[in-house]
Write a protein that binds this ligand. Structure first.
Ligand code: GDP
Length: 445
């Protein structure tokens, strides 16, 4: 589905990774080509522009280890940025379909693949999540569409709401919910009517249905082949009815992939699934990691760089340990530890691993060292000067005030942080005195 983009990027990075050293001009030239490749794939201009900007910034600021070439490093940065563009900071949570019967509203233009996707998703929920699903077509304009859903339902063994001629869409929605509750269904899927274009009548109807159905999820189905149009449709629907996610259909076709790349960045809404064919099982969970891999087709290099980064982290940890052995522990060290904690999930998991630290871990927990607190402490350290971080004892009251204000916090919080650093420094000194073969060395094994 991303063949052209993939080929274009492949050419750029093949050249880049073969070079030993990279000049800024090399990177700039490569990024120009990346930008063109993205635009040709129908990625929206601001998204392409931001993408290139982010990659350039990271590529010029990043540390390179001996074992990889700068070009390989750039490939990894592009890979990570692709993932970020495709899904934002984090992959979305699971669909909110606990609390039965959970209504899922399916919306979109006619011909986008809405009815097909409704059935595909119902089958998926039935088979993979063992949910009892009831489907209902609200397309009162097109009896054929209602028939289509009923036939698909029979095919996949999922119940559909009996058709009652003459009811309005909101009436059907209300009946579907009642029926689902009475029948003990887990999920009720509402396949709304589509039009060829977005118009007021369509939006009014979908809004009315939404108000009655109170959906837990509102999934917009859009045709992935339509590129930027798909993104525009999503923006419109989100503005008028509010959507919780997107399904991109026809991603098995030779679309240029731009819709997938722009969707999240422009609408802020996650792509949930991709349709990959007409068959009922041709629906995949959208996995940014996998898609980025497909676009770049450079999994080997990405894995190589990831490994090199791990080595780099181990080297940094070893350097830190050496400082601790000497009894040194300033704000930079504390920041390093806090960042490590953020990565590994909590104070206790780290301190618990170090002998003699269990007690401190308990204190830290009591002091409210959760993730938010950690982020606040890092913000405080960031607002100190280099000198102050290396030697926090020098801080006078006026500077303390400025630092706290700079981080948007109270001086009392800064004092707590300083106390913590001091305690840790003292502990380090004690442990350091126990000699080179002492506790810290053992803890490193
Ligand atoms: P609706 O009008 O939005 O309900 O669209 P339909 O569900 O009736 O789908 C229109 C056509 O697109 C049908 O022929 C489907 O089989 C086809 N279709 C739906 N999803 C996909 C997909 O992911 N890939 C391909 N190749 N065809 C699809």
């Amino acid at each position: 589905m991303f063949e052209n983009l993939s080929d274009r990027l492949g050419g750029v990075f093949d050249r880049l990774t073969k070079q030993g050293a990279l000049t800024e001009d090399d990177v700039t030239a490569a990024m120009r080509e990346v930008r063109v490749a993205l635009l040709e794939a129908d990625v929206s201009l601001p998204v392409a522009r931001n993408f290139v900007k982010a990659v350039t910034q990271k590529a010029t600021g990043s540390a390179v280890t001996k074992s990889i070439t700068p070009g390989q490093q750039v490939v990894k940065i592009v890979h990570d940025e692709l993932i970020r563009t495709l899904q934002g900071e984090d992959a979305p949570d699971a669909l909110r379909i606990d609390n039965p019967p959970a209504p899922i509203l399916m919306v979109g233009l006619q011909g986008s693949g809405k009815t097909t996707t409704t059935a595909k998703l119902a089958l998926r929920l039935k088979e993979r999540e063992k949910k009892r699903v009831l489907m209902a077509s609200l397309d009162t304009n097109r009896p054929a569409a209602m028939e289509q859903l009923a036939i698909l339902g029979q095919q996949i063994g999922v119940d559909t709401l009996p058709i009652v001629p003459g009811q309005t869409a909101p009436q059907i929605a209300s009946r579907a919910k009642q029926q689902a509750a009475l029948g003990g269904y887990d999920v009720v899927m509402l396949d709304t009517a589509g039009r060829l274009h977005i118009d007021q009548a369509l939006m009014d109807e979908v809004q009315a249905v939404r108000d009655i159905a109170q959906p837990r999820e509102t999934l917009l189905v859009v045709d992935g082949l339509t590129g930027q149009d798909a993104v525009n449709v999503a923006t419109e629907f989100d503005g008028k009815v509010g959507i919780s996610g997107v399904v991109l259909t026809r991603m098995d076709g030779d679309g240029r992939g731009g819709a997938a790349l722009s969707m999240r960045a422009v609408t802020g809404k996650p792509i949930r699934f991709v349709g990959l064919g007409e068959k009922m099982d041709a629906l995949e969970t959208f996995d940014a990691q996998r898609v980025a891999g497909r676009i770049l087709g450079m999994g080997d290099i990405v894995a190589l760089v990831e490994k090199a980064q791990q080595v780099l982290e181990v080297e940094q940890a070893e350097r830190m340990m050496k400082r601790f052995q000497k009894g040194l522990f300033n704000m930079n060290d504390l920041k390093g530890q806090l960042e490590q904690m953020q990565k590994m999930g909590g104070m206790q998991s780290i301190m618990g691993m170090m002998p003699g630290m269990a007690k401190m871990a308990k204190q830290a927990e009591a002091a409210g060292m959760d993730d938010r607190a950690i982020a606040r402490q890092i913000a405080l350290i960031n607002s100190m000067t280099k000198k102050e971080r290396a030697n926090p004892d020098m801080l006078q009251a006026s500077r303390k005030k400025r630092i706290a204000a700079g981080a948007g916090m109270e001086v009392s919080e800064l004092n707590k942080l300083l106390k913590m650093q001091k305690q840790m420094a003292d502990t380090m000194k004690k442990l350091g005195k126990m000699g080179k073969g002492g506790m810290l060395k053992q803890a490193m094994r």
